[in-house]
Design a protein around this ligand. Structure first.
Ligand SMILES: Cc1cc2nc3c(=O)[nH]c(=O)nc-3n(C[C@H](O)[C@H](O)[C@H](O)COP(=O)(O)O)c2cc1C
Length: 173
């Protein structure tokens, strides 16, 4: 199972729209995939699920993570890196079994001009520490507000093709 991590808990995030696009495209390829939006994390996760604590709500999330053999991390750029909540989520997951030797595709987005290039480098370092296999083809989506229309579809053919190429590689990965 592929688990798509929508890497922010910001309400109505662009990240979740991108996650939904990836889910649709992966399903078209016949892949079983689910989305975990970080809006679904326990509101008090820093108390309830770090350092040996485990809430009932997070048990279901941990099960999803444990069942996944591949991950698609979609992460917006917040202050030149990944959102803090994404790192907290990773820290809250069972170590090492959650991510060890599993596979990951990484996608960055931003309203600014860099598409979370720096954050994706940081996330690559984290994934490497967790001994994940990271797909070399990463996708960066700068100026995301100009990429998605009112119907939440991607507008530019170039972007659609780039995402398609990454998905094809990730299915074979
Ligand atoms: C706390 C915070 C920090 C942000 N920092 C950056 C940044 O460093 N660079 C940038 O281009 N955009 C930054 N943004 C704007 C996001 O790129 C923008 O919200 C975009 O729509 C993607 O994030 P979303 O999934 O939250 O919608 C920031 C947004 C927030 C909420």
């Amino acid at each position: 199972m592929i688990l798509i991590i929508s890497g922010t808990n910001r309400p109505k995030s662009k990240t979740l729209k991108v996650a939904q696009h990836y889910q649709e495209q992966l399903q078209k390829k016949g892949e079983h995939c689910e989305i975990l939006s970080l809006t679904d994390l326990p509101k008090d996760i820093i108390v309830s699920d770090l350092y040996g604590q485990r809430s009932d709500l997070f048990k279901g999330i941990q099960q999803l993570v444990s069942d996944a053999d591949k991950f698609v991390f979609i992460t917006p750029e917040y202050n030149g890196s990944i959102p803090g909540v994404l790192k907290i989520f990773i820290d809250a997951c069972a170590f090492p079994a959650s991510f060890f030797h599993k596979k990951a595709a990484l996608i960055g987005l931003s309203s600014g001009r860099y598409g979370n290039l720096r954050g994706i480098d940081h996330l690559t370092g984290i994934c490497n520490y967790l001994r994940m296999y990271v797909l070399p083809l990463k996708i960066f989506l700068p100026h995301i507000q100009n990429e998605i229309n009112e119907e939440h579809s991607f507008i530019h053919e170039e972007t659609i093709n780039a995402i398609h190429e990454q998905i094809e590689e990730f299915v074979r990965f």
